[in-house]
Design a protein around this ligand. Sequence first.
Ligand code: ADP
Ligand code: MG
Length: 578
Amino acid sequence: MKIQILSDEMASRIAAGEVVERPASAVKELIENSLDASATEIFISVEKSGTSSIRVSDNGEGMAPEDLNLAVERHATSKLKVDEDLFRIATLGFRGEALPSIGSVSKLQVVSRSPNAPTAQKLCVEGGKKGEMLPTAAAVGTSIEIKDIFFNTPARRKFLKAPATELSHICDAVNRMALAYPGVHFRLEHDGRTVADYVSVNDGQDRLYQVFGREIAKGLAAFDWRQGELAAHGFLSSAPLSFPNARYLYTFVNRRYVRDKVLTHAVLQGYETLLMKGQYPAVVLFLNVPFGEVDVNVHPAKFEVRFRRQSDVHEAVARAIRQALRQEAKEPGPRSGAISSSSFSGVREVALPYGLSARTAPDNPAPTYGNVFTLPPRAAAQEGFYSSMRVLGQILGCYLVCASSQGLALIDQHAAHERVAFEKLRRQMDAGKVAMQNLLIPQTVRLSAGEMMLLEQKLDVLRRFGFDLEPFGPDAYAIHSVPALLPEGDYSQVVRQMVADLAEVDTSSKLREHLEDRLATIACHSVIRANRMLEMDEMRALLSDLDQIDFATQCPHGRPVLIEISRDELERMFKRVV
Ligand code: ADP
Ligand code: MG
């Protein structure tokens, strides 16, 4: 006989391999248990990056002696009662695996006391062997200590990374939980030193400041979105703030941190055309869905989930992000400068106090501000952010220099034109009719055999974008009309590029998703590339166009349209203040 049933001990150790990958995994499981026990204080103390000891104490509901005795057994959980519970999980834990798994690869000690118990009880497990339960003195709650993790699994020990790396994983684990539970006091100590101490706060925004620090947190705006049973809220960076990796991208489902491709993709799609390639936003997304709509039992460490209606969730999240960004773009605050926290509500402060600063009075009569009121009535009627600026001139053939209410504003005219064209085109596209212009003399575009084949199938799609083409001999097409937005010129290049673009998108459903890339291609061609001096009228028109559209802060490739230098920044640059 070759087959044997594994001993419980061996089975636990195998299960532990999945659940407890590194010290941080144990920290995560223990914090989850504390949160499930309704703790409001969770103190974590680790030594040698968790390899020598990890202690997590909480003031939660504790365990009665008989529960404690069971808690360290495999498949023992208080969180699933009936079969159906598995399909509507409302707790962070449910697998009943964490404590036995940890106990099988370390020296585990659990001290717990429930509110009615006269004393606490202590139970030890070493390498999977349960000791005897003994009474001990302790406050209500639970304190769990793990010593010498992986002492009996040297193979796993070898896979651990440098101490600093393991510690940073532990910090990450704590931070994620802390973001989702601002009302809970979290403290993390390493080798006796406090690494993080997040006192309980009422507002998720305050927790954001605690976890991310002021520098990052002040650049994030709150958002809140709901549609039917799906609700998304959280914080996000508006376009000028971005990062070279997804480090600041956090997604939570029903307050559980998950790494989910669908959610990440949806978030990034919400940002489409607002970030440069390879740049990532900072987003903390809390998605709330009915418990029955999400399966959390698909990953041993519970890092992944499966949605019953995946595409609905995707669309909802992308839309929530998009809408929040649209809101933000309407009020582009000078995020790089000093900014008051009231801007997070999406309300731009009226920057009146400028002229009031005594220091600036005699030699600096604050010209920027006074002029906002002397704008011609035409602009005053709409009083948008851009139209309220005073154009000072144009430099280097491509930048508009303006006085804004905050200080100095520079506008990249090319990026601005591109965004304006892009948004106009998108609106026309959404309305189902792109304005076209007929060419008096059709232009011919010569194509390779492959391109000819491709184009033949995509003629109606191109028409929707405003291009009307007809075959012209065996290796060419004649361009009869183009989008009205395009300036006069040679259109063969943009057609060729559209053909190449469309080749990447095989079905029309995908076209919807990649629509913005195509529109960006056209928008890019709509701008006269050469540097050109603009007349004052043209500059004003451009500013007023920017006020009419969404996302006026970035070009369709994510480059910024506007750079604003605030009074504070100017004063710092000139060393008026330090
Ligand atoms: P799960 O969390 O999946 O139920 P665990 O192995 O993590 O499985 O924990 C087993 C059980 O022990 C839990 O269901 C819970 O009843 C109890 N428990 C664990 N940690 C705590 C704690 N900090 N406070 C109160 N009860 C706890
Ligand atoms: Mg658990």
